[in-house]
Design a protein around this ligand. Structure first.
Ligand code: GLU
Length: 290
């Protein structure tokens, strides 16, 4: 028995859960149960432009139907915004984030000319000179806070080999075991925007630490995120969990199962009379891919 193992399922309430979510939630649940550990639920509702209470209620109902239960109270990220802002201020005080006034279109145009990271073109920028920044602020122009990966590297000093994480599952290219974090793969990511006050990566590392999560179990589409999350853990002095990325369920079209390619919602399966065993069988029979 792996004493003290803590897993979590961290859905964003921006739509109904489908079979792919059930796979992720059941995997995290099964690992916790097998180890005599704990399973937690976290509602990642920081994007107030997309999160809906009705989806959250549906998620709780679907997970209960799947036979899962979790500790109360459920952590709801929208109730902890001040903690994320404090972390942003910490990073700002260390000179690790900068204001970026570019629009999405500007960034899109720029990264087509930029050096390509392993996941495609990435954005790397820097703070404006103080005068130019002050002028834009005085005009009330919108900006995003971006993490300067270069400044973060300088801040951490010359020991890049210690920036590693343990991948107990697999990344999309079979990555497994001790992985050297390469946050440059994602570039200078946005950590806060006007409409979404804090970005997913920042909230996730704070909450995985706050909840004492030892094993992050999630789809391998988030493997790349671990590279940047590992950097944020180092910058904010937070522990690094073990990562266990799992493969993704494929739809009949050979693409990753998603709402847009007709992934059956759990609610629809339930209403059609399927049982949890049927759902587990569907998952076991589904094509998967990394
Ligand atoms: N909230 C994220 C999502 O629904 C998952 C975050 C995570 O597991 O790290 O895709």
């Amino acid at each position: 028995m792996l004493d003290g193992l803590v897993t979590r399922f961290a859905p964003s309430p921006t739509g109904p859960l489908h079979l792919g979510h059930a796979y992720s939630a059941l995997t995290a649940w099964d690992v916790a149960v097998a180890a005599g550990g704990r399973f937690l639920l976290r509602i990642e509702d920081i994007d107030s432009t997309r999160a809906r209470p009705a989806f959250e209620a549906q998620i709780l109902e679907d997970l209960t139907w799947l036979g899962l239960h979790w500790e109360a109270p459920v952590l709801r990220q929208s109730e902890h915004l001040s903690d994320y802002h404090a972390a942003l201020e910490d990073l700002a005080a260390k000179g690790l984030i900068y204001r970026c006034f570019r629009t999405r279109a500007d960034v899109a145009a720029e990264i087509t000319r930029a050096p390509h990271g392993s996941t495609g073109p990435v954005f790397v920028g820097q703070a404006l000179p103080p005068n130019a920044e002050a002028e834009r602020l005085s005009r009330g122009e919108a900006f995003a806070w971006r993490l300067s990966v270069a400044a973060a590297r300088r801040h951490l000093g010359p020991a890049p080999s210690s920036l590693t994480f343990l991948e107990a599952g697999h990344g999309p290219d079979g990555e497994h075991g001790e992985i050297r974090a390469e946050p440059e793969r994602l570039g200078d990511i946005v950590l806060a925007r006007k409409d979404v006050g804090v970005a997913y990566h920042l909230a996730v590392v704070i909450d995985d630490a706050r909840q004492g999560v030892t094993d992050v179990i999630r789809g391998c589409d988030l493997f790349e995120a671990a590279h940047i999350q590992r950097l944020l853990q180092a910058l904010l002095d937070l522990p690094t969990p073990t990562y266990r990325h799992h493969p993704l369920l494929m739809g009949p079209d050979g693409k990753r199962l998603a709402k847009r390619n007709g992934a059956p919602a759990l609610k629809a399966l339930r209403e059609a009379g399927e049982t949890v065993e049927d759902v587990r069988r569907r998952i076991a029979d589904a094509e998967v891919a990394f």
